[in-house]
Design a protein around this ligand. Structure first.
Ligand SMILES: *Cc1c(COP(=O)(O)O)cnc(C)c1O
Length: 411
């Protein structure tokens, strides 16, 4: 992890009371820095819709709003949240394989930018609901590409999938939409995976979708208004993982878009990406107080007050095939100095299940004491709201968003 010491210094600037047993801290300055990094490599006409399921904290939504981001939502609850936080409905996309009548009604009533259709049946349903509400709804087809993309952490396309419409059924879906009185076809959407660290793999999805949209545009003689390339930009969680090569991605995007032909083909098209994790994951940490340090048959265990019910991803139960240790430090807030030693531990949570294991055989170079805090980095995405918070009915972690101060730049 590149900026681990810097993040540690940001945490130490906070007044963490010893009364707190577990908490999440999200640093806006780090979110802003991720956003600026991403913006700097995107062609200028590209827009960013933040996929709020990664972290739907309202202060984060409104912070990203403030910097011009739209939002990608997947339920009417999420839609209501982003509207409440002031997101422009013209910058909201909505996707998900199981949209209910309530979801669709909320989308139609709020005149959102685009609703992704994910099955032919859904097309009829959206048309009916838009008709009842006497409105016309913008819809994009979420494509499940024929092609199988490699280099993806978590795949959501290129194989039999509940997400999107199979590429070979898209002409049928297109026909259906064009015959629907209350629907307006805008273009295409693809989100084929998550936690992608290979710039070329991401580039191949951009290339695929642009070629596909162009082929449809040429065949049917209309202008594609909207192309949404999805999210999935990954971050390095484990030792030896390398960050996404943004420079490489920039070069690929430039090659695809910086041509006269591109401008001629898509003069008025809106280009969207909808990253979640990339913007917020490394901007958040999860802290939990050490309750016990014990030994069993020669093995040392650190037991923290929190556990997987607070941070399921860090405990390896959200999409990982093999549980690996996140980056972890020991922090001490009581003013006493830590000494350098070296010892190896397993770190476990307080739940009565062997699944509640945060780290295995992790080497800690500080002397560790009861009352110190375990700090889990990269906890800003798919943490709090992606965890089974009520499992075993322990207290919830506190959540605190640390405001960005004007002119505060991340080093
Ligand atoms: C989850 C999701 C995203 C965000 O994924 P990340 O891997 O966090 O970037 C974007 N779009 C859709 C449709 C999603 O379901």
């Amino acid at each position: 992890m590149e900026n681990r010491d810097y993040i540690k210094s940001l945490i130490y600037q906070q007044n963490i009371s010893q009364d707190i047993s577990s908490c999440y801290l999200y640093f806006e300055a780090l979110i802003r820095s991720n956003l600026l990094k991403l913006k700097s490599i995107l062609p200028e006409q590209f827009e960013i819709f933040y996929a709020i399921k990664a972290n739907p904290h309202k202060e984060i939504i409104s912070f990203l709003n403030h910097f011009g981001c739209g939002a990608d939502v997947a339920s009417y609850g999420e839609l209501e949240t982003v509207i409440r936080e002031g997101t422009d409905p013209g910058k909201i996309s909505f996707a998900g394989p199981g949209k209910t009548d309530e979801d669709i009604k909320a989308a139609v009533r709020n005149n959102i930018c685009s609703l992704s259709v994910e099955s032919p049946e859904e097309i009829e349903k959206i048309n009916d609901i838009a008709g009842q509400l006497r409105k016309k709804q913008n819809v994009a087809i979420r494509v499940n590409p024929q092609k199988n993309f490699s280099g993806y952490g978590m795949k959501m396309g290129g194989y039999p999938s509940p997400f999107g419409i199979d590429e070979d059924k898209c002409p049928y879906a297109l026909k259906k939409i064009s015959e629907s009185e209350h629907l307006e076809f805008t273009g295409f959407h693809a989100h084929v995976g998550s936690q992608i660290l290979d710039a070329d793999a991401i580039g191949s999805v951009f290339r695929y979708l642009l070629e596909y949209a162009l082929a449809v545009q040429n065949q049917y003689h209309f202008e594609i208004q909207y192309i949404n390339f999805g999210g999935g930009f990954g971050i390095p969680y484990y030792e030896k993982q390398k960050p996404l090569d943004l420079k490489r991605l920039q070069d690929i995007l430039k090659e695809l878009t910086d041509t006269d032909e591109f401008l001629k083909n898509f003069p008025k098209t809106r280009f969207i990406i909808e990253p979640g994790r990339f913007l917020v994951a490394d901007a958040g940490v999860y802290l939990s107080k050490i309750l016990y340090i014990k030994e069993s048959r020669g093995k040392k265990f650190i037991v923290i007050e929190g556990g997987m019910h607070h941070n399921l991803s860090a405990f390896g139960h959200l999409g990982q095939v093999i549980r690996r240790n996140y980056h972890i430090d020991v922090l001490r807030f009581d003013g006493q100095v830590k000494e350098t030693t070296s010892d190896t531990f397993d770190i476990v949570g307080s739940l009565c299940t062997p699944l509640d294991k945060l780290a295995e055989h992790i080497e800690l170079t500080d002397d560790v004491r009861i009352g110190d805090y375990i700090c889990v980095y990269n906890s800003g995405a798919y943490g709090y709201t992606a965890s089974p918070l009520f499992f075993l009915n322990h207290p919830l972690p506190k959540v605190n968003v640390i405001k960005w101060k004007k002119d505060q730049d991340v080093i």
